[in-house]
Design a protein around this ligand. Structure first.
Ligand code: ATP
Length: 593
């Protein structure tokens, strides 16, 4: 129920942007309902007038007075109402399509803009596929429901109320007869819908499992091929697929029986209406032609009356999916934005030093990762962070750029806490080269000038030369204009990092954070990365996460982290002479070199 109200609030938020359109939709719903329920009245009238005409014509005493004027009038009115109903519905359909398409467009833009404002924490805690699903399945479900169910719900409720009112206005007794079977129809509808929902939910769950399985298998294809696990993989897939088939089939059967059941109910109801209408005529309650007109009118009402129940119940699943989608999108919109302090201090550059002062931090409240880390780096110096996997090296980097905030202690630039700084100015002065560098779709040049779009060709070439990637770029068929994207790229992992280094050189950051890419890198590329790193680090305040110790021998300071504590600090020579953890690490690495 909470989800339901949240969905109402969510849709109201977007619909209120289209107040005039919504007003017009409301107007056309009422108009089309009125026209639709009034048409059977004229149909009954036409039949009654035709009956009157026939009775007058058959009687020689009155045959001369018989004419079809009233019949033609009633028939004309019926046609006018039927055509007008179709016209009103057409306009309503166009309006609701416009509102749906625009609202979903607003949602998509709002969602994307929201993602750009969110903290790194959100992206760390949610899988890519999960975030993507907000844009795909959730927005699709919302769009489908808007187009086919939400406005339909309003118009069908209006139609039901309209038919009931019109029936009671025309004949109270016949109205009671027509609606007498409503409780039974509702009971059938609820049972069928609940059963269908059970299997549609199951189907969604099974499709989720199947997609997860496919994803996992595609990612692990190398391991599968290497270990000859193809048949096992297929067998497992067949099992998942069978579960999807079984749930889909049952859901379809239950959803499918709703229409025949309701049509059957509607026909039985029509028979009851004819039976009671007929007996009213036979009992002489009404003239024969009036009774005939009434029967035709209520036959039409009876058929219309079951439409809303059938239509609302058959779109129930669609509405349910839209409520879930709206709930999920509301959750995303409720996430914290990155906070930049009001009137935060502008960072204009590093004059003296960058420091971490007794920093405690944990990604989750109950699990501290860094336990009082203090590091300082003087302007122009290079600090190397080393330590076993999981010791907290990347975490220190995350705090320097304020991806996360410390629990206690502080990260300071020239004595100013990063939490008091304008976030944009901080990020403008910090450059990051990640281990897994990303390429954006575009040309090679676009990828280098990412942080400085107005860079000249000379600047781009110079940055690529310093990063040792110029020659490779020139060997590509279109040079700097070669089109690349992350999935389908001609660049290896190491070359991507070189490109990323060129990108950073171009932005000329005051503080450089570099996570050395050493995995999957051949020795030639490794040597190139080493040279490129030297070029980008030279004279720049920098933090480097080093996996291969020989790349940081010249560091001004090496900080050794273990289990979130700084256990050693000093230059390479100092640490070697200490004969501690670093010395051991270095000696063991040299054995394998
Ligand atoms: N986003 C996160 N949420 C929760 N815990 C995290 C997150 N990122 C890292 N951790 C945990 O924090 C600890 C330190 O991780 P961190 O990535 O800083 O180590 P690292 O020294 O950089 O390791 P590696 O050399 O393997 O990259 C680990 O126990 C890790 O599981």
């Amino acid at each position: 129920m909470k989800d339901f109200w949240q969905a109402i609030k969510f849709f109201a938020h977007y619909f209120k942007r289209y107040k005039f359109g919504m007003f017009l939709v409301g107007f056309f719903i009422i108009l089309s309902t009125y026209l639709q329920v009034k048409a059977p009245v004229y149909m009954g009238k036409a039949i009654q007038e035709m009956g009157n005409y026939i009775f007058l014509k058959l009687n020689p005493m009155t045959a001369a007075t018989a004419n079809l004027d009233k019949f033609h009038h009633a028939l004309g009115m019926m046609l006018l109402f039927v055509v007008s109903t179709a016209g009103a519905m057409l306009i309503m359909g166009v309006l609701q399509s416009i509102i749906s398409a625009n609202s979903v467009n607003d949602m998509r833009t709002g969602l994307f803009a929201k993602l750009q404002r969110m903290t790194i924490r959100y992206f760390d805690e949610h899988q890519d596929g999960e975030i993507l699903a907000r844009f795909t399945s959730d927005l699709d479900n919302i769009f489908n429901a808007m187009n086919q169910a939400i406005f339909q719900l309003f118009s069908q409720i209006a139609l039901m109320v309209g038919i009931i009112m019109m029936m009671f206005q025309q004949n109270v007794k016949m109205a009671w007869i027509t609606i007498a079977s409503t409780p039974l129809a509702l009971l059938i509808a609820v049972v069928v819908v609940m059963q269908a929902k059970k299997y549609v939910d199951l189907q969604q769950k099974e499709v989720g499992h199947l997609n997860g399985y496919i994803n996992e298998q595609i990612n692990g294809e190398r391991v599968i091929i290497t270990n000859g696990l193809q048949s096992k993989s297929i067998n497992q897939f067949v099992k998942h697929n069978e579960q999807v088939r079984s749930a889909t089939y049952k859901g379809q059967v239950w959803s499918g029986i709703l229409f025949p059941l309701m049509s059957g109910m509607s026909l039985i109801n029509t028979a009851i209406v004819i039976f009671f209408g007929g007996s009213m005529a036979l009992n002489g309650d009404l003239s024969r032609s009036a009774a005939l007109g009434l029967i035709v009118m209520f036959m039409s009402f009876s058929q219309q009356y079951y439409q809303p129940i059938t239509n609302i119940t058959s779109t129930y699943n669609m509405l349910q999916l839209a409520v879930t989608g709206a709930h999920r999108l509301s959750e995303v919109f409720a996430q914290d934005d990155e906070i930049s302090p009001a009137n935060g201090q502008q960072l204009t550059g590093i004059k003296n030093e960058v420091t971490l002062e007794d920093v405690h931090f944990g990604y989750k409240q109950d699990k501290e990762i860094l336990h009082g880390v203090s590091i300082d780096v003087q302007k122009g110096q290079m600090v190397a962070l080393v330590g076993p996997t999981g010791s907290g090296k990347t975490t220190v980097m995350n705090l320097l750029n304020r991806f996360y905030d410390v629990t206690s202690g502080a990260v300071k630039f020239d004595g100013v806490d990063v939490r008091e700084m304008d976030l944009q100015s901080l990020r403008d002065h910090v450059g990051i080269v990640l281990q897994d560098s990303v390429l954006f779709s575009g040309t090679v040049r676009d990828n280098i000038v990412f942080g400085k779009p107005d860079a000249t060709d000379e600047e781009v070439t110079s940055a690529a030369q310093q990063a040792n990637i110029h020659d490779f770029i020139m060997s590509l068929p279109d040079g700097y204009q070669t089109h690349v994207d992350d999935e389908n790229s001609v660049f290896s992992t190491g070359q991507k990092q070189l490109l990323s280094i060129a990108r950073t050189i171009l932005t000329n950051p005051d503080l450089l954070i570099l996570d050395e890419a050493t995995s999957n890198v051949d020795t030639v590329t490794e040597a190139k990365i080493q040279k490129a790193m030297e070029a980008v680090i030279s004279g720049r305040t920098s933090f480097v996460i080093a996996h291969r110790l020989k790349t940081i021998l010249s560091a001004d300071k090496i900080v050794v982290l273990k289990d979130g504590n700084v256990i050693e600090q000093g230059t390479h020579t100092e640490l070697l002479s200490e004969q501690g953890f670093y010395a051991n690490l270095y000696t063991s690495q040299m054995v394998f070199e």
